[in-house]
Design a protein around this ligand. Structure first.
Ligand SMILES: Nc1ncnc2c1ncn2[C@@H]1O[C@H](COP(=O)(O)OP(=O)(O)OP(=O)(O)O)[C@@H](O)[C@H]1O
Ligand SMILES: [Mg+2]
Length: 221
């Protein structure tokens, strides 16, 4: 599903954010990506959803080489992906409902279907009470749940989440992880970057640890 071959990412002047990464993630896997701050987790995820290009190496997603992919094809790649960004990237002045509904609007869902699916997803992340609230008025943890709702609403083939529980208290954090687990059992490939070692240990999933831009440890499930 996701394959990386000798991937290097350099930033000017001479930062090597990723150094010779080789990685295969099978369809339907649930994988954690851990490592200290600055280890390269977000950089690795950004390359997988083609926000950036690697300096060297090849990346295949769903059998397609995304390094060679033309910019106009990126929306088609993203259509298969639900992404939770570390900084959320929500439309701050729009309501919770609008933020979560956007993907479905782009895909041309009917008003009724959008309403049904958005409410179902907001119930899942316990945000029905703020559906009409502009995102800017929510707490960090609430915004994080909006970002998660937006990523999972279309049941994408791959979910990529960068610190999806970073602003959540332990109880909600545990609940959100079990939500990702449910989605995973329905066939979605899940890749989550996190600092939260306690969660990683509790969940007993495959875990890849980065250190200084290189993979230093791989724990199979
Ligand atoms: N756009 C950029 N320009 C220059 N350096 C960058 C850029 N993005 C990341 N880096 C550097 O690359 C390295 C890896 O950063 P990255 O954000 O991937 O780490 P991370 O593991 O996600 O950290 P955190 O846990 O704090 O989110 C760091 O040294 C960082 O300063
Ligand atoms: Mg990061």
């Amino acid at each position: 599903m996701i394959q990386l071959y000798h991937v290097v990412k350099k930033y000017p002047p001479n930062i090597k954010a990723l150094d010779d990464i080789n990685l295969h993630i099978q369809r339907g896997e649930f994988v954690f990506l851990t490592g200290r701050t600055g280890a390269g987790k977000s950089t690795l995820l950004r390359l997988i959803f083609r926000e950036e290009l690697p300096s060297e190496g090849q990346i295949l997603v769903n059998g397609r080489n995304i390094v060679k992919m033309k910019n106009m094809q990126i929306p088609y790649l993203r259509r298969d992906m639900g992404i939770v960004f570390q900084d959320f990237k929500l439309m701050k002045d729009r309501t919770v409902f609008e933020n979560v509904a956007l993907v479905l609007r782009i895909l041309g869902y009917s008003r009724n279907d959008i309403h049904k699916k958005v409410w179902q997803t907001l119930r899942m992340v316990d945000l029905t009470k703020c559906s009409e609230t502009p995102v800017i008025r929510l707490s960090g943890g609430e915004q994080q749940r909006v970002a998660i709702a937006r990523a999972v609403i279309n049941e994408p083939a791959i979910i990529i989440a960068d610190e999806p529980t970073g602003s959540l208290d332990p109880e909600i954090s545990q609940y959100i992880m079990s939500l990702f687990e449910d989605i995973n059992t329905r066939g979605t490939t899940v890749l989550i970057a996190t600092h939260d070692i306690t969660t990683v240990q509790r969940m007993r999933k495959r875990c890849i640890t980065l250190h200084g831009g290189a993979i230093c440890e791989q724990m199979p499930t």
